[in-house]
Design a protein around this ligand. Structure first.
Ligand code: AMP
Length: 288
């Protein structure tokens, strides 16, 4: 496995890859876990050469403290990637990626960025779009792998590719969970024992919401989730939303009738954000 910290040296190495070989790319912010490695495994199956980037992107953080506290485990990350037989690792500095201007470009994502994570984290998706576009331009991958853990991000990246006319195929990878159902996240390492024990409640609630949505309307399902968290105040619900998978628009809740027709024609997912103390956790699940 070869490691690069500059664009120039990485691109020189990428030039040596035969034209007939495909490149699979997995962008990450490091502090790698099995969820990230499932993306790498998918990339290994699909592409001839696999490149992973590790870069904690400052422009996608709306809170300075989150950026400062973001876990960093470079040595462990490199060992894990070696075990997966990853071909290239790119670990650039902020200066390498942004020169002297750490600023996000403004994108029009056709409203995909206005709801849920976008509504709660100002500027987040412009930051994500900026860095992913830059990384795609540097790496020129044939395939890029994104986790459904960040489902809204995945849809926004697809929109970015479409709008900017980028020549890369985006491959979604299912959410990788701990045995108790908690979606793996670099942030889980920052949970205290008490919060770690409570956190599986998030996915358990999503699963029950799926059952309720199967026999009830969206309003009732949302009310049930909100009530469940009120009864479980150690975890603070920020939002629970039922949205169309493709448009991310919330299901129309104006009608309190049983929304069988609406549901059968479209794919809906439940999206959730929860505070476990200071740690913000997100998750989602298909409701069909
Ligand atoms: P991050 O390092 O958090 O920016 O994540 C890098 C990539 O890994 C993103 O595409 C995430 O959606 C994906 N990812 C993170 N956690 C998981 C997980 N538990 N399951 C699947 N993909 C994940």
């Amino acid at each position: 496995m070869q490691l690069f910290t500059t664009i120039k040296t990485l691109q020189e190495a990428l030039k040596n890859i035969a034209l007939t070989q495909t490149i699979g790319f997995v962008p990450t912010m490091g502090a790698l876990h099995e969820g990230h490695l499932s993306l790498v495994k998918n990339a290994k199956k699909t592409a001839d050469k696999v490149i992973v980037s590790i870069f904690v992107n400052p422009t996608q953080f709306d809170k300075e403290e989150d950026l400062i506290n973001y876990p960093s485990t470079f040595q462990k990350d490199i060992t894990l990637l070696q075990k997966e037989a990853c071909d290239f690792v790119f670990i650039p500095s902020a200066k390498e990626m942004y020169s002297d201007s750490i600023k996000a470009q403004e994108f029009d994502f056709d409203g995909l960025d206005k709801v849920m994570e976008g509504a709660h984290r100002k500027g987040h998706f412009n930051g994500v779009g900026t860095i992913v576009k830059r990384l795609f331009n540097i790496v020129q991958p044939d395939f890029a792998f994104f986790g459904e853990k960040d489902f809204q991000q995945l849809q926004i990246i697809k929109k970015l590719v479409e709008k900017e006319g980028l020549n890369v195929k985006i491959i979604p990878v299912p959410i990788y969970r701990e045995k108790d159902g908690l979606a793996m996240s670099s942030r889980n390492a920052r949970l205290t024992d008490v919060y770690r024990k409570e956190a599986p409640f998030i996915y358990q609630t999503l699963q029950k919401a799926k059952t309720i949505f199967g026999i009830n309307n969206a309003v009732k399902t949302i009310e049930w989730v909100e009530a469940a968290f009120k009864k479980h105040p150690i975890l603070e619900l920020e939002y629970f939303s039922i949205a169309n998978e493709a448009t991310l628009l919330p299901i129309p809740t104006s009608s309190k009738k049983y929304t069988k027709e609406i549901k059968s024609n479209q794919k809906y997912r439940g999206f959730i954000a929860v505070f476990a103390g200071d740690i913000r956790l997100i998750d989602n699940t298909a409701l069909y």
